[in-house]
Ligand binder design. Structure first.
Ligand SMILES: CC(=O)N[C@H]1[C@@H](OP(=O)(O)OP(=O)(O)OC[C@H]2O[C@@H](n3ccc(=O)[nH]c3=O)[C@H](O)[C@@H]2O)O[C@H](CO)[C@@H](O)[C@@H]1O
Ligand SMILES: C=C(OP(=O)(O)O)C(=O)O
Length: 442
């Protein structure tokens, strides 16, 4: 059933919110569990998100046994029946392409649907393929599928990434674990999720050093076995609740947040005048209004995360003065702007930069989540807008936030998730939702 979120703005929040495991860490970790040819992997703190269900389905479609209960996933990959991941599954979520590296290196072949672009950009995979080719794979595109093969084992190689791609670093790192010899990934992405993946792979028996730096060295081993791992807390979920506290002028404790994973977000919020206190269990956020305008530019880690850009923009709407937000990672990640403008936000986009005039009176409206973080940003804006906001397109939000409406409601927000009424059209049996919904594309 399709749902919408209804928010009445103006409530102060208080209390504690507990983070779930990181979506962007658990997805590659589940893909990596394909590498375990003996034993079982047990992955704790796997968040119950739509994306997690999709990648589990991808593994099941390969013939792998997957059991998911109480945020723990058990994977037995001792048997694999096919090396093909279908368009139907990969089109639901681009991260499904992360099964390519593990399948290719373990089975010598993989046939994976080309993921295609999505709402935020074209998102090519050339760097993943460049890495596999450098390791001796033959790659072909046919009928929308990438087919990769190697006779014998992949060979360790030096791979320089033209862009510090998170997905390419992960895919190549996984492929290198079972390669013959040493692989060096240069200009590797440094995100905490890469480190979490490397820790899991090393627990399976891999030999990886340097994860979290720009050069990762992988010494290939003969085989890997299942391992027990607990996923890191979600830094983007953490940042989203930090902004919920600041935007509503409230005091929140975000349990599980790791300050070191959130440096640029913490720094920018402090520059605005938000009070932030870190301890070993989490982060407390409270505000002394007024907040100052600041400029923000998204960059690969440890720069400001693109996945926090739209939420930060929501906060800047409430600051005094003009802020510039520059998006350098994805070419089309300003789709939330038009929706925010429907709420009386004063924003102009010039190329890669959005100019935000803070302080305009925000007003409730009917808006649509155009992608995952855009949806989160609209909820945040609605928390301080006058009157009622209705947000549709929740399938995007459900990819990356567990129970966001319930969590905010428990903190004191006036927010609820309700079914969308449908109206019968004249054609028999055909019904349409009352509000437009964006196509499902991850
Ligand atoms: C599941 C997951 O972890 N998703 C995250 C991951 O996505 P994802 O791994 O897809 O993002 P990448 O780091 O690969 O993309 C970064 C940039 O590199 C470009 N690029 C990427 C690969 C490639 O082969 N060629 C190429 O040109 C992309 O178009 C983009 O402009 O990192 C992004 C950047 O932090 C985050 O926004 C996503 O939330
Ligand atoms: C863009 C995101 O995810 P994905 O790479 O899975 O689309 C995100 O988490 O904000």
């Amino acid at each position: 059933m399709m749902n919408k979120i209804i928010v009445r703005g103006g409530k102060r929040l208080s209390g504690r919110v507990k983070l779930h495991g990181a979506k962007n860490a658990v997805l590659p970790i589940i893909a990596a569990s394909i590498l375990g040819s003996e034993g079982e992997s047990v992955i704790h703190d796997a968040p119950p998100l739509d994306d997690v269900h999709v990648i589990n389905k991808v593994l099941e479609s390969l013939g792998i046994e997957v059991e998911y209960t109480n945020e723990t996933i058990r994977v037995n990959a001792s048997r694999i029946n096919t090396c093909e991941a279908s368009y139907e599954l990969v089109r639901k979520m681009r991260a499904s392409f992360l099964v390519m590296g593990p399948l290719l290196t373990r089975m010598g072949q993989a046939r994976i649907s080309l993921p295609g672009g999505c709402a935020i950009g074209t998102r090519p995979i050339d760097q993943h393929l460049k890495g596999f080719e450098a390791m001796g794979a033959e790659i072909e595109l046919g009928q929308g599928y990438i087919e990769a093969r190697v006779s014998g084992r992949l060979k360790g190689a030096k791979v320089y990434l033209d862009v510090a791609s998170v997905g390419a670093t992960e895919n190549i790192m996984m492929a290198a674990t079972l390669a013959d010899g040493t692989t060096l990934i240069e200009n590797a992405a440094k995100e905490p999720e890469i480190v979490d993946l490397a820790n899991y792979l090393n627990a399976m028996g891999a030999k990886i050093r340097g994860a979290g730096t720009g050069i990762i060295r992988v010494d290939g081993v003969d085989r890997l076995k299942g391992a027990v791992h607990t996923v890191i807390p979600d830094r983007i979920e953490a940042g989203t609740y930090m902004i919920a506290a600041a935007i509503t002028n409230s005091d929140l404790y975000i349990e599980g947040a790791i300050g070191d994973h959130l440096r640029p977000v913490i720094s920018k919020m402090q520059e605005m005048g938000v009070q932030i206190m870190e301890d070993e269990n989490g982060i407390r956020v409270y505000t002394d209004r007024p907040l100052r305008a600041v400029d923000v530019k998204t960059l690969p880690y440890p720069g400001f995360p693109t996945d926090m850009q739209s939420q930060m923009m929501a906060l800047l709407l409430t600051a005094d003065g003009t802020s510039l937000v520059t998006e350098t990672i994805f070419e089309n990640r300003f789709m939330h702007v038009e929706e925010m403008v429907r709420m009386n936000a004063q924003i102009k986009v010039e190329g890669r930069t959005a100019v935000i005039s803070g302080g305009a009176r925000l007003k409730g409206a009917k808006v649509c989540a155009t992608d995952l973080r855009a949806g989160a940003a609209l909820i945040l804006t609605a928390l301080v807008a006058e009157g009622e906001t209705e947000i549709t397109g929740l399938h995007h939000i459900d990819r990356g936030y567990v129970d966001i409406a319930e969590k905010l409601s428990r903190l004191g927000a006036d927010i609820k998730r309700v079914p969308i009424e449908v109206v019968e059209t004249e054609a028999v049996g055909e019904s349409i939702p009352l509000f437009a919904v964006q196509p499902s594309m991850a």
